[in-house]
Write a protein that binds this ligand. Structure first.
Ligand SMILES: Cc1cc2nc3c(=O)[nH]c(=O)nc-3n(C[C@H](O)[C@H](O)[C@H](O)COP(=O)(O)OP(=O)(O)OC[C@H]3O[C@@H](n4cnc5c(N)ncnc54)[C@H](O)[C@@H]3O)c2cc1C
Length: 511
């Protein structure tokens, strides 16, 4: 059958449940919804195009689209901000991209119960602009704060920079309306009203329906936990002559048990060298500064002052040099746009080449950070020795919890994407596998925030989850009998005897 013969009946059925302006088949509409920030060989881009995109405005419309998809056995891929770094929102088999950005209303702000209920297409920046008038904040604070949306945060079970105080997406999302892969609608979360932070009734399904990368359905409307907007912020940055001192200091800051402690970050020598070389916004430090640490506190002014004094004392005891209020406040304020710097590129054979930023993350315990850092830099070092397509832009380690037990560990890699041919891509996939393997060898997890769907890393998911991976396959088959939801991700095709039975046209649809 031709692409037209496959798609025409689907489009006709979608027109039965949506207005014409909600069904998009044009090239630009589809190309724009194939785009994600993670690098991919430019010449293979067409492999990731959807056949069409839809813009539903209600839960019922999402459910109707998913039912149409089941009828025609065509894939459905949910998409929010499209900032995911593991290709979760990329359609691997064509099909329908469900773009939920029009579902971006604030439906309710409940001042007494400290919750708000929103459409999942809203981003945290816009939501917090509305909450500010009530002195409230929704403190999910990823580096992608202005561009990732609530639904994508649910789909990835995101990680927040200030999670050590306020928790991460899974703690902050109380409940949500969810369209299952069959098109049925359910409410996920504690209690019948959706505004509880804790219940012990039945299985704790909220966690199952978060972080599944769109493979178990589509969240449409979420109830979120709110906090008083903090009166004070203090984010001291410290300089060190070596990595070991900075590492020891970050550990001590995170373990101090200060109530307003919201996070600590370690920048290693490679990161400092990268900032010095390639980031114009970086205020140059003397050459003997080789590692940096920062911590951040939020709360009422008096408690932040007291906690800050304690943390400054601890840092001094570890040989830290305080960088001063201006650099500290400025660097912390740049946390949402620091990642936009990479297009500066790198000098190669006398010419500046455009490199895109890419980030590999893992969850690692404090005691294993130095060993993982050594192994990861060695992996990128080997890549650099083979080709100049890759560069090592250094590592950050961020506390995940208030006790300093585990860290989101990331290595930033510059990639000259225009030169990312098949050979370099194969090298990259191999390096990703080695990066994930190192995290597992040290008792960690392949990902603390992005997920682990991409080639290379995904191969090791069964190893990390053990019997849990078999259970994932059973759940997927039960909840998504037709393999409609985001097929091809997380090795979940293994749940089906004939996974190829669900596919779009595979050629990006009609032009
Ligand atoms: C510069 C930059 C900085 C980043 N910093 C962080 C960070 O600090 N912390 C962090 O956690 N991540 C970070 N990320 C990664 C990314 O922003 C997060 O993974 C984010 O949660 C993705 O949200 P999104 O709205 O862009 O989702 P998308 O990329 O659109 O989707 C992500 C996944 O969720 C699924 N999905 C989308 N919508 C829904 C829905 N309504 N229901 C169910 N599933 C859905 C998609 O199919 C996909 O698998 C960063 C990315 C960039 C580019």
């Amino acid at each position: 059958m031709t692409a037209t013969e496959v798609l025409d009946p689907v489009i006709e059925a979608l027109h039965g449940v949506l207005r014409p302006d909600q069904v998009l088949t044009g090239r630009t509409d589809r190309y724009n919804r194939a785009r994600v920030p993670a690098p991919f060989p430019v010449h293979r881009w067409a492999e990731r195009l959807p056949d069409l995109a839809v813009l539903p405005e209600t839960t019922e419309e999402v459910a109707a689209v998913v039912k149409v998809a089941n009828r025609f056995r065509i894939p459905v891929v949910p998409r929010d901000g499209g900032t995911g770094l593991t290709d979760g929102a990329v359609p691997l088999r064509g099909g329908i991209v469900v773009d939920v950005k029009r579902m971006n209303a604030v439906h309710e702000i409940d001042l007494e119960n400290r919750t708000c209920t929103v459409g999942v297409g809203i981003n945290m920046l816009k939501l917090n602009e509305q909450l500010a008038q009530y002195g409230l904040i929704y403190p999910d604070d990823p580096a992608s704060y202005p561009c990732s949306l609530v639904g994508g945060r649910i789909g990835t079970s995101g990680w927040s920079l200030i999670g050590a105080r306020y928790g991460h997406t899974r703690d902050l999302v109380l409940s949500f309306d969810h369209v299952l892969p069959t098109g049925e609608v359910m409410h996920v979360g504690d209690g019948a009203g959706g505004k509880l932070t804790k219940s012990s009734s039945g299985y704790q399904l909220k966690h199952l329906f978060m972080g599944h990368q769109g493979t178990l359905g589509i969240a449409t409307r979420a109830t979120l936990k709110l906090y008083p907007k903090p009166e004070a912020e203090f984010s001291p940055f410290f300089a060190f002559a070596d990595y070991d001192s900075a590492y020891a200091c970050v550990g001590a800051l995170a373990r101090a048990g200060v109530a307003t402690f919201s996070g600590a970050v370690l920048f290693d020598e490679w990161k400092v060298a990268y900032l010095r070389r390639d980031d114009e916004a970086y205020i140059p430090q003397p050459a003997d500064v080789r590692a940096l640490a920062c911590t951040v506190l939020y709360g009422y002014d008096d408690e932040v002052r007291a906690g800050g004094r304690r943390l400054l004392r601890i840092a001094r005891e570890h040989g830290a040099r305080y960088l001063g209020d201006e650099i500290s406040a400025g660097d912390w304020a740049a946390r949402h746009d620091r990642y936009a710097t990479p297009l500066h590129g790198r000098t190669r054979s006398g010419q500046v080449v455009p490199m895109s930023w890419h980030c590999e993350d893992a969850a690692v315990n404090y005691t294993d950070l130095p060993a993982v850092a050594r192994e990861w830099h060695a992996i990128i070092g080997e890549l650099r020795a083979k080709t100049d397509v890759f560069d090592d832009w250094g590592m950050f380690c961020y506390t995940s919890g208030s006790t300093g037990a585990d860290y989101l560990t990331e290595i930033d890699v510059g990639i000259w994407e225009q030169q990312l041919g098949d050979r370099a891509w194969a090298m990259w996939v191999e390096a990703k596998r080695a990066i994930a393997a190192a995290a597992l060898r040290h008792g960690g997890s392949i990902s603390a925030c992005h997920g682990s769907c991409r080639e290379g890393e995904v191969d090791l998911v069964p190893e990390e989850l053990g019997r849990g991976f078999d259970l994932m396959l059973d759940l997927k088959r039960t909840l998504d009998p037709n393999n409609i939801m985001n097929p091809g991700k997380y090795l979940l095709d293994r749940a089906y005897p004939d996974p190829g039975a669900t596919a779009g046209t595979g050629d990006g649809g009609t032009p």
